[in-house]
Design a protein around this ligand. Structure first.
Ligand SMILES: Nc1ncnc2c1ncn2[C@@H]1O[C@H](COP(=O)(O)OP(=O)(O)OP(=O)(O)O)[C@@H](O)[C@H]1O
Ligand SMILES: [Mg+2]
Length: 239
């Protein structure tokens, strides 16, 4: 468990590297990356296609193991954890929003949102909690619709509700607006900002949209296997 120190960062990576092997070829996506998110950060991760943003998010989200380096989530080291330990930490500490629709289309919105609670054995009250989350993302009336029958924007709201239902403090989002039209994308960005504030989250989101990057409190760029800090935004965006 996390120490109750003041300066335990919600997420910290040191010397992170990832290599892929395909046949005889080896691809080093990045090496020696350091990254530290402070509590309350809302960070945009930018960079050209193929620079490794999704790869990095998978590592930080404990969905894939780094080739080298360490990741601490909420002060807890992750290197020694087995699959079960990683899954527990993911479930408790991290919410994910991906660009691709990751909902189960044959299940209702409500059932999809309940899933993280059921996975950790919390059946009791799960439906009520999931319904609350659906309300929070403006979809209270859609709980009993099949996920596959919702619009893209509605589905992304459900994904966000599912990401947050287990009460994580860390939100990782990989191009959360990537498949949406501009207006719907703006709504999802605003919603992410709202829940970030309300739930006092630490958020890292990947975006190719300069306007969305500008709205972050910090902007990072992944380029040539290195992370560059493009600086903090001086003032929060006017809304
Ligand atoms: N499972 C894998 N096996 C082999 N190579 C991979 C694998 N996943 C990703 N790569 C390679 O790693 C590099 C980084 O991919 P990644 O998807 O992380 O880029 P990205 O920055 O997210 O790009 P985009 O902006 O297009 O989403 C690419 O060259 C990609 O081909
Ligand atoms: Mg990507």
């Amino acid at each position: 468990m996390a120490k109750h120190g003041e300066n335990v960062p919600p997420l910290e990576a040191r010397g992170l590297g990832k290599r892929y092997h395909s046949g005889p070829a080896e691809l080093t996506v990045f090496a020696g990356l350091d990254l530290r998110l402070e509590a309350g950060d809302r960070v945009a991760l930018t960079g050209e296609s193929g620079t490794g943003k999704s790869t990095l998010l998978h590592l930080l989200g404990l969905l894939d193991a780094p080739s080298e380096g360490t990741i601490r989530v909420d002060g807890q080291a992750t290197e020694g954890l087995d699959e079960g330990g990683l899954a527990n930490l993911r479930n408790r500490a991290i919410g994910f929003v991906w660009q691709m629709n990751t909902l189960l289309p044959e299940f209702t919105a409500l059932e999809n949102v309940m899933m993280p609670l059921l996975i950790r054995g919390e059946r009791k009250g799960a439906a009520e909690q999931a319904q609350e989350l659906l309300s929070e993302v403006g979809l209270a009336a859609r709980g009993h619709h099949l996920a596959g029958e919702l619009s893209g924007g509605e589905q992304q709201r459900v994904v966000l509700a599912r990401a947050l239902v287990a009460g994580p403090k860390l939100l990782l989002a990989d191009e959360p607006t990537g498949n949406l039209d501009e207006r719907t994308g703006n709504m999802i960005m605003e919603l992410i900002e709202e829940v970030h504030e309300r739930r006092r989250l630490t958020t890292l989101y990947v975006t190719h949209n300069p306007a969305y990057a500008e709205r972050a409190t910090k902007v990072l760029e992944l380029r040539g296997g290195k992370i560059r800090n493009l600086g903090a935004q001086a003032t929060p965006p006017a809304s």
